[in-house]
Design a protein around this ligand. Structure first.
Ligand code: FAD
Length: 380
């Protein structure tokens, strides 16, 4: 009998497992693909600030970044390459937006970049010191080294007499950390969109002094001698493409993988000339995002039962969160978007503190915020 069973051994699930274990809880974690077998194993995994004028979302990202870089450095110092990131203006972040950033930066013009490395193309950009790249699978394994791991595909949740019985594993509480996979309970207020992407690890004789980010990311040279190039762009309606199996069987990649590889490599070469380039490994994955871009953590609300009990919520009546109906002993952490390794430790810490010590979850990342929004939107 475990105190907690976590479904999904990606960044989200492994981080929660780690913090629960640190608080003395017995923890098991399951994943049908193995540890970091979903989006997490495919991630770059770049840890970068989000520039721009200060707002709720970039404050959350940048607070999480500060916390997570320190956290990883304490956990596994050898796998954190903290050399900063050069951000090149693009359609989303033009020069004005980057120049007005509340995050401290240094502007590097083309000549300065060419003085650093003759391989830089004719680009200029904004340099942020507090950025790193890590090795996602090693981190995930380290996070759960003291927890029991089971490779299992969980089909349903059975809850009886205060205990979850999941394929002979018994647990008092469940944490759903399923990424893009179909949720094991109905959560109509949380519509996850998978966004597909690719990471290519290459070998090159070019020395890359720091990470470079435009619409794709190119890492500095990592300790294993590789450079990661990655991007996630392709949004799909999950009614059309459901993530049920490994990416190798996914029609999306089968039809477009080669084209995506060529595009990524071409985009990387437009930033820095990569000499003696050899592709070593290709990773595929889909990350989970919701419309607001904010991640979501907390107790799982039973949507139907809550609205049955308080139909006037649909018309805007304010019902205190504690009065809503919840699935018993069931929590979620999901929608980490393109920043799963930035958010993972930070959100897992907040969620763990909430579960064990009842500390509040910031409203913008709570399940309640999404619930009220959806209930009211559906009524209008
Ligand atoms: C190509 C690519 C590049 C990326 N680059 C970066 C980056 O540079 N920096 C960054 O911070 N983030 C990056 N991301 C995003 C990041 O990978 C995700 O945000 C993060 O991995 C999400 O973690 P997760 O634990 O929520 O989901 P996942 O890692 O997808 O984990 C969910 C797991 O749940 C398992 N699962 C689901 N349902 C069940 C079930 N019923 N039974 C058993 N197991 C189940 C799945 O097998 C899966 O392993 C990238 C993503 C991709 C795809």
């Amino acid at each position: 009998m475990y105190d907690y069973l976590i479904i999904g051994a990606g960044s989200a699930g492994c981080c929660v497992a780690h913090f629960l274990h640190q608080e003395g809880k017995s923890v098991a974690i399951v994943d049908r693909e193995g540890i970091a077998g979903g989006a997490s194993g495919a991630a770059g995994a770049f840890l970068s600030p989000l520039p721009g004028k200060k707002n709720l979302y970039n404050s959350l990202v940048n607070d999480a970044l500060n916390f997570s870089i320190d956290f990883y450095k304490n956990l596994l110092p050898n796998i954190v390459e903290k050399k900063g990131v050069l951000r090149i203006p693009n359609n989303n972040f033009n020069k004005d937006k980057l120049a007005q950033s509340y995050i401290k930066y240094s502007y590097y013009d083309t000549q300065k970049l060419k003085n650093i490395s003759k391989n830089f193309m004719d680009i200029d950009g904004y340099f942020y010191e507090n950025a790193a790249v890590i090795e996602p699978t090693e981190i995930s394994k380290k996070l759960i080294e003291n927890c029991d791991f089971y490779k299992k595909d969980i089909k349903k949740l059975d809850f009886k007499d205060g205990i979850y019985n999941i394929d002979e594993i018994k647990a008092k509480n469940i944490i759903l950390a399923q990424g893009v996979s179909t949720s094991l309970v109905e959560i109509p207020y949380m519509k996850i969109s998978p966004i597909f992407g690719l990471r290519i690890d290459v070998k090159t004789t070019t020395k890359i002094p720091f990470n470079i980010h435009k619409s794709i990311s190119v890492s500095t040279n990592k300790q294993d001698g590789t450079v990661s190039i990655g991007a996630t762009h392709e949004r799909h309606d999950n009614a059309i493409l459901e993530c049920l199996t490994t990416c190798d069987k996914c029609p999306f990649y089968v039809n477009s993988e080669q084209g995506q590889i060529e595009t990524l490599l071409k985009q990387a070469q437009e930033l820095i000339k990569l000499e003696d380039l050899k592709v070593v490994k290709i990773y595929k994955g889909a990350r989970a995002t919701i419309k607001s871009y904010f991640p979501v953590i907390g107790k799982v609300i039973d949507y139907e039962k809550s609205l049955e009990k308080y139909p006037s919520i649909k018309n805007g009546t304010k019902i205190p969160p504690d009065s809503l109906e919840y699935f018993e002993n069931l929590y979620i952490i999901n929608a980490l978007g393109s920043r799963g390794f930035v958010f993972g430790p930070y959100l897992a810490k907040i969620l763990t503190q909430n579960i064990l010590h009842n500390t509040p979850i910031p409203k913008e990342i709570s399940t309640q915020k999404l619930f009220y929004k959806t209930a009211r939107a559906k009524a209008n």
